[in-house]
Ligand binder design. Sequence first.
Ligand code: GLV
Ligand code: GLV
Length: 321
Amino acid sequence: MVAKIVVTQPVHAEQVQRLRDAGHEVVTLDSPRGLSAAELIEHTKDADALLSQLTDKLTEEVFAETRLTIVATIATGFDNIDVDAAQKAGTIVTRTPDVLTDATADLAMTLMLAVARQIPESDASTREHGTGPFQLLREPMGIDISGATLGIVGLGRIGEALAHRAHFGFGMKILYTARSAHPAAEERFGASRLPLGQLLAESDVVSLHVPLNDETRHLIDRETLTLMKPTAILINTGRGPLINERDLAEALRTNQLAGAGLDVFENEPDVHPDLLAVGSRAVLTPHIGSATAKTRRAMASLAVDNILAVLAGDPPLTPVK
Ligand code: GLV
Ligand code: GLV
């Protein structure tokens, strides 16, 4: 069967070619910012498959108004997709886990080190002033990551890959929260499972790796921030709305928290002005957790594998549920 496949945003040309080589009709929209529900409905009314990204708004109305066989999102997170509505409409939803695990865990580690050792600020001052004379008592001084305690909120694939790096590479003590115990991780990393409040209180660095849903929205807010050590660092490479950004900025501004490394934001593409105002205590990157050439290629390829499989009548490789 010749299927119509809509590609919402720019992807690697060879992946579009794979869809065409399979005999399908491919429409590329190349929207730079993602599509609204109304735009998606307009463009996918007669489509069979959608190759989408995390800024596309796949609401209940989209599934009600279309007859899509499959939506393949090029991401591991799928909080932009009403999966229950998709299921009701008989639309298969797939995502791209695993292939981005290492790249994302690498970025979480990078942000942790960048905040602790004030890399952006140091880079800027070196460019402006050179190194200056070496000073034993130079201020401000960094924070040791080696040997510190890392609290991982959500020990999924990425959380576990971070635990591996932190424990074996940096000798960090690992604490984690999870719905159920992970005995293998406890054995490998000597990790301890704790309730969130206790993890926040005992960690020198806290890194968020839970999916965004009604239960996890604003997991970190004024109240939970007060549980953290004033010397602690908060890292988020998951989803922005896990954190109340205004509350975080306030905690940084008032020295309730030492620093934050953020790759995701509550209202992307915008960053809360209060966060910008706290200066170098927050290290900010523009949602690049998976942005290495190899990983992004693997994500696009896996999403296309899913579409080709489903359109050929085979089961999806990496469905969301
Ligand atoms: C990126 O944020 C992803 O979910 O893959
Ligand atoms: C992402 O897919 C995760 O499980 O961490």
